[in-house]
Design a binder for this molecule. Structure first.
Ligand code: PEP
Length: 253
């Protein structure tokens, strides 16, 4: 009932030459059994959107401002993202929370602006290693979820990505029990806030060192509706097997 989603986050990687990776994915996964999204840097959104036109692949952004326009040098608004041809935006990634001191309140403001502009938001949450080691994981996740998610969140406009900070780019994927615990907790919290019907439709992605070798195991965990993938999404040869693993999970294979 929830359509699975393989989302690639290119972060600050990629120039025009790398659009060939997107073209390859669009050809390889012409009729995918799951949704496939690539979020390139802002400079590539328009060209990437042109590249996937007529295919099943979708293009997203990695951040947006909370205002529709204004004196915000260097920022881009949700409407600009739409205008460039993207339909999704990643918000509250731990690298933005850390590098730009983004709070959950700001992430929520950005999410509300993105929803107003008709974008699907992918709201990222995750605990640091000290949080986990001190037993604070669920407290932190609960606070980030409550603080970052707008009241207008629904299955069709909001995706939640659980990304333990210590698992991102480290090669240390979270243990299946850890992922299952957090995803179960997220579903429960969403149910408490939005009711069963809405909560059941909001997709929960796992992110953190997802690779071709571990993807199938992660996708077998209950309440994992897909993945947010960083490093392995940069090349079609590593993202494609992850998409295929998710397609198999969607087909119940
Ligand atoms: C990410 O950037 O969201 C991410 C999960 O990165 P990686 O897959 O490289 O750990």
């Amino acid at each position: 009932m929830r359509r699975k989603l393989a989302a690639g986050n290119w972060k600050m990687h990629g120039t025009g030459a790398d659009l060939a990776e997107i073209a390859t994915l669009a050809r390889t996964h012409a009729d995918p059994a799951c949704e496939v999204l690539i979020c390139p840097p802002a400079t590539l959104i328009e060209r990437a959107a042109r590249e996937v036109r007529g295919s099943a692949l979708m293009i997203g952004a990695q951040d947006c401002h909370s205002a529709p326009e204004g004196a915000h040098t260097g920022d881009i608004s949700p409407a600009m993202i739409r205008d460039a041809g993207a339909g999704h935006v990643i918000l509250g990634h731990s690298e933005r929370r850390q590098d730009h001191a983004e709070t959950s309140a700001l992430v929520r403001a950005k999410a509300m602006a993105a929803l107003d502009a008709g974008l699907v938001t992918i709201i990222c949450l995750g605990e640091t290693l000290p949080d986990r080691e001190s037993g604070a994981t669920l407290d932190i996740i609960g606070q980030q979820l409550a603080g970052s998610t707008p009241d207008a969140a629904r299955g069709e406009n909001t995706v939640i990505a659980y990304e333990p900070v210590w698992a991102i780019g480290s090669g240390h994927v979270a243990h299946p029990d850890q992922i299952a615990e957090v995803h179960g907790f997220l579903r429960e919290r969403l149910t408490h806030r939005f009711g069963t019907g809405v909560a059941a439709m909001i997709r929960l992605l796992y992110g953190g060192s997802v690779k071709p070798a571990n993807a199938a195991g992660i996708f077998a965990i209950p309440d994992v509706d897909g993945a947010l993938v960083g490093g392995a999404s940069l090349r079609a040869e590593s993202f494609s097997p992850i998409i295929s693993a998710l397609e198999q999970a969607a087909a119940g294979i």
